[in-house]
Design a binder for this molecule. Structure first.
Ligand SMILES: O=C(O)CCC(=O)C(=O)O
Length: 282
């Protein structure tokens, strides 16, 4: 069992556990990400067609992905008809959001005993897994992830969302590692993304308050080796930069959430159809 740097997590809002996966295990996850890309269905790209009421279809494709494996492309990777403008191998931004439920390899690593042990040490009593993603951050095209707190997107009362982030290749300053504002999990939640209460609006999702302009001087880089686990507090502000390098930076990530005396917000974008439940971690 990996040593768990709980003190580091409490102080900084994130913790790095090196060698969480063996080299072979990280390679297996990496291969699973490559397979997703190879098998990405061509018809799903049609939702990105702007002549075809695209933004609505695109939003629905996103909103309906809680119990599916959906494919999201990099800006500039597709034309208006959904045709590829770049090589397929570098076209994807991410795949989500039910890899942990539907894909055997991602399921195996999400529900691994080592993950359960970390969750127990974090104090989770009845945790579930609401979502998972494979993030590609492909060479030259991999987009930035703007500064955010995960609880902005997956809100619970009280806050309980916790990210588990595992790169399947070394995450470096060059290829877009994570950056954090250390200790920012102590300043509270800045804003929320919610389903738009205004019916018939073109915008399905809206922020309840504008996102703050976090100073870039506050961020520290967290380069990590492949197979490391980065545990991310739901309130810590983090980001990743554009990948301008020649190397990809694949990562598998999922979120853990408490359900014991915790309410998952019905305003969150991620909702399962009635009668379905997020899978329990233990
Ligand atoms: O993988 C990345 O570059 C960013 C991931 C992230 O910020 C998140 O999943 O909350």
């Amino acid at each position: 069992m990996s040593k768990w740097p709980l003190d580091q997590y409490d102080v900084n809002g994130f913790a790095v556990i090196e060698d969480f996966l063996t080299e072979e295990e990280a390679n297996e996850l990496h291969e699973a990400g490559l397979e997703l890309c190879k098998n990405a269905p061509e018809n799903d790209r049609a939702v990105f067609n702007t002549e075809n009421k695209s933004s609505h279809l695109k939003d629905k494709y996103f909103l309906n992905s809680a119990n599916k494996i959906h494919y999201f492309y990099e800006n500039g990777a597709l034309d208006d008809q959904g045709n590829l403008l770049v090589n397929k191998s570098v076209s994807l931004n991410k795949v989500g959001h039910a890899l942990h439920a539907l894909n055997p390899t991602f399921k195996k690593y999400t529900f691994d005993e080592r993950v359960k042990n970390i969750a127990k040490q974090l104090g989770f009593k009845k945790p579930t897994i609401p979502q998972s993603m494979f993030i590609y951050k492909n060479p030259k095209i991999g987009g930035e992830v703007k500064p955010h707190q995960d609880a902005t997107y997956l809100h619970t009362e009280p806050i309980s969302i916790t990210g588990f982030w595992i790169p399947t290749e070394d995450a470096t300053l060059e290829n877009g590692c994570l950056w954090f504002i250390k200790g920012s999990h102590k300043h509270g939640l800045d804003n929320r993304l919610i389903r738009n209460p205004v019916r018939n609006s073109d915008e399905f999702l809206v922020y309840d308050k504008p996102s703050p302009a976090y100073s870039q001087d506050l961020f520290v880089a967290a380069p990590v080796k492949k197979g490391s686990l980065v545990v991310i507090h739901g309130l810590v502000v983090h980001q990743s930069e554009l990948n301008r390098s020649e190397k990809s930076r694949f990562a598998y990530t999922f979120h853990v959430m408490e359900t014991d005396n915790v309410k998952y917000s019905p305003e969150n974008w991620l909702q399962l159809p009635k009668g379905e439940h997020f899978p329990e971690l233990y």
